[in-house]
Design a protein around this ligand. Sequence first.
Ligand SMILES: Cc1cc2nc3c(=O)[nH]c(=O)nc-3n(C[C@H](O)[C@H](O)[C@H](O)COP(=O)(O)OP(=O)(O)OC[C@H]3O[C@@H](n4cnc5c(N)ncnc54)[C@H](O)[C@@H]3O)c2cc1C
Length: 448
Amino acid sequence: MSRFLYTKKNIIEFTPVLSGVKICVILRISSRSTSCKYRCLYNTACYRHGKVGNMRTDILIVGTGCSGLYAALHLPQDKSVTLITKSDVESSDSYLAQGGMCVLKDESDYEAYFEDTMKAGHYENDEKSVEIMIRSSQDVVKDLISYGVDFQKEEDGSLAYTKEGAHSQKRILFHKDITGQEITSHLYEEAKKRSNITILEYTCLMDLVCENNVCRAAEVVYSDGTTERIYADYIMLATGGIGGRFRHSTNYRHLTGDAIALAEKYGIKCKNLDYIQIHPTTLYSDNTGERSFLISESVRGEGALLYNKNMERFVDELLPRDLLTKAIYEQMEKDGTDYVWEDLRPIPPQELEEHFPNIVAHCLNMGYDVEKECIPVVPAQHYFMGGIEVDHESRTSMDRLYAIGETACNGVHGKNRLASNSLLESLVFAKRAALDIGKKIETRAKLP
Ligand SMILES: Cc1cc2nc3c(=O)[nH]c(=O)nc-3n(C[C@H](O)[C@H](O)[C@H](O)COP(=O)(O)OP(=O)(O)OC[C@H]3O[C@@H](n4cnc5c(N)ncnc54)[C@H](O)[C@@H]3O)c2cc1C
C-alpha cells in the first residue's frame, strides 16, 4: 500500500497506527493547539477536574471549517444550532485552501471530470458519491456567490477557470491563491447574521454520550477548564483532517483526528483509514514544529518545473499527487537530499503576482525571491481520504450522528483525492446532511 512508501521521510507519529491493528491505540483525543496558552488550557487534567454543566441545543456541529459553517446555513432557521471549535474560527484548514474549488463548467465536461476524479482515486471511488458531487457543484457555486464570494472573472465578466495536476480540463474556480479564505470567511459572515446560530470558540469536543447506538450529547471542555455536556437532537462531526499527527503536514497542528478516535471508541464505522494523501510540494524548512507551507498545485498547472540537485527535470510535473510524490521521494533518495527544486520562473511575473501573491510573499519572507531563484520543496502529509464512514446523506452508522468534510468518508476520493475536489465535496455533503436533518425534523413534527 502507498502508506509504507512515505514513512521514511514524513510519517513519524502515525506510523504505528498505519502498521498497527487498531487505530484507537494512537488516536486518543488530543486538543493540542497552535499556541502554548491553549495547549495548557486544554489538557486532560483540566477536563477531568473541571466543573460539569449541562446545555441543550437542537443541533450541535463540531468544527467551524467550511463544512461545519455551510451545514449550519442549511439547517432549519427556527432550530438552535451551536457550532464549537477547538481554536478560533479562522484557524481551520478551510482558510488555508489555496488552489481553488472544482465545478462542472458545463455538460460537455461531465464525462472528463468524472473520469479525472475516478482515475486519481485509482477507481476505488464510490461512483454515486462522485456523481452527486459533480452534479451538485453548480448549485454550491450559486450559493457561494449569493453570500458574496468573489471568484476570479475573465474580462467579459464570466467565471475564470484554472487547472491543477491530473485535471484534463480547466475547471477550477479560484480567488487569487486564497480561495479557501474567500469562501470560508463569507460562510462565517453569513453565519454571524443568523440569530439561530451560536459559535463557541476554544471549545473542544472530548467525548460523546451514546446509548444503544444513538448519539445523545457531546462533552466539551472550555478554555478555562470547565466542562459541559451539550445535549442535541442531532450532532454533526466536522473536525477536519489528521495532519496534527504528522511531523510534516500542511494542516493546522490542532487537527488531530479527534472524531475518528471517538468513532473508534463507540464502534462507529470508519473506512480507508490508511488512505492518506501526501502533497508533493511544500516549502522545505528545517523547523519541523511548524505547519508546512504549501506550494499549490496550480503553480505547476501554470508552468512551474521541478529539478533534481543538478537542476535537471526528472518528472512530469502534472502527474497525480501520489505518483508525483513517489517520484520526488525516489529522486531525493537518489540525490541524497532532503528536497528537490521548484522553478516558478516559467510563469510570467505578472501572472505570478496576480494569481499567487500569497506564495510569492511567503517565499520572500523565507528568503526566496521566486521571480529570480528556485525554491526547495518536499512532500508533506496533506489530506485524509478515509474517515468516518457515511452514506450519501452523510449519516454515520450511529443514529442521530452525522460526519461531514474531511473527517467523513463517503468514498468520493477513492484512494487518492483529485486536486481541488475537497472544498467542493465538503460543501456538497455538508448541505445534504443539513437537508436530511431538516427533513427528519419536519417528519417528526408531523407525527401525532
Ligand atoms: C494548505 C492547504 C491547502 C489546501 N488547498 C485546497 C484547495 O485548493 N482546494 C481544495 O478543494 N482543498 C484544499 N485543501 C483541503 C481543504 O482545505 C480541506 O479538506 C477542507 O477545508 C476541510 O474542511 P473541513 O470543514 O472538513 O475541516 P477544517 O476546515 O479543517 O475544520 C476543522 C474544524 O474542526 C475543529 N476541530 C477539530 N477537532 C476538534 C475538537 N476536538 N473539538 C472542537 N473542534 C474541533 C477545528 O478547530 C476546525 O474548526 C487544502 C488543505 C490545506 C491544509
